[in-house]
Design a protein around this ligand. Structure first.
Ligand SMILES: [Zn+2]
Ligand SMILES: [Zn+2]
Length: 260
């Protein structure tokens, strides 16, 4: 199983000369395992994703906030006639998911509904446990305004946990540590510094220290800190990474691939 970071910026895409190392595209991670390709979220990072696959790729949405779906209408595969892309949505009704997406991507805000593209976008809802080919997916409700799904993927004897937009309280930390037990890779939201967090409690994002705490409690082998604040520069992220001072804890860089 391997994971490629296509976008890991939080809240809104940016393009600034001081942020080229960690990148400016919003949440999108490509996971390859055997013949499956899965995308975790469809932020602006999705627009530079590959478009040709042996099997239809699946996109798993953690939630519908704009930074996690904004890549969908510009993903070139959706314009390819005869292509199919499967979109797994958080567990609400399919009609509900379609209505939410239509609320963003339909005239007059966007010229075309996602279901009117020449390629087929097939909507499905995520259940607690399901399979996509050889990949087993487990989900749980996270801690975020409007909700966000936390996912664990298992394939080829390895597992990774994707916990973006995630602000667990003390009891939530316990639940999340159990859910993440012994994962090979943990992706965790570290949008805020410790100082900022005090002013943004309840916004649904966490810190590097919370990620480290979760890693230690869960026994996860590697921690990738994600969902960088749009104001955060490369210099600030590099300094924060140096302060953590561990090879197994890093801030995600757009374009990097991690093999498990
Ligand atoms: Zn987000
Ligand atoms: Zn969010």
């Amino acid at each position: 199983m391997e994971l490629t970071v296509l976008g890991t910026r939080g809240s809104i895409p940016i393009n600034r000369s001081d942020s080229m190392i960690f990148g400016g595209q919003t949440s999108c991670y490509m996971v390859r395992a055997g013949e499956e390709t899965l995308f975790l979220d469809a932020g602006s990072g999705l627009i530079s994703a590959p478009t040709h696959f042996e099997k239809a790729p699946s996109i798993l949405l953690s939630h519908f906030h704009l930074d996690h779906v904004i890549g969908l209408p510009m993903y070139p595969r959706l314009l390819e006639k005869g292509s199919e892309t499967i979109l797994y949505c958080p567990a609400i009704t399919l009609q509900g998911a379609e209505a939410i997406l239509d609320g963003v991507f339909s005239p007059p805000v966007w010229p075309l509904r996602l279901t009117e593209y020449t390629g087929t976008l097939t909507l499905r809802t995520m259940s607690r446990r399901f399979r996509i080919g050889d990949v087993a997916v487990e989900t749980m409700a996270g801690w975020h305004p409007d909700g966000a799904v936390v996912m664990r993927l298992h394939a080829e004897g390895k597992s990774l946990v994707y916990a973006t937009d995630c602000e667990p309280d003390e009891r939530g930390m316990e639940t999340l540590a159990a859910f993440s037990k012994d994962a090979d890779l943990l992706l965790f939201d570290a949008q805020y510094t410790e100082d900022e967090y005090g002013k943004r409690i309840g916004f649904g994002h966490a810190t590097a220290a919370a990620g480290r705490n979760l890693m230690e409690r869960s026994g996860a082998k590697k921690l990738l800190l994600i969902h960088h604040d749009p104001q955060r520069t490369d210099a600030e992220l590099l300094a924060a990474e140096k302060r953590v001072g561990r090879d197994d804890i890093r801030f995600a860089r757009e374009g990097e691939t991690i093999c498990l």
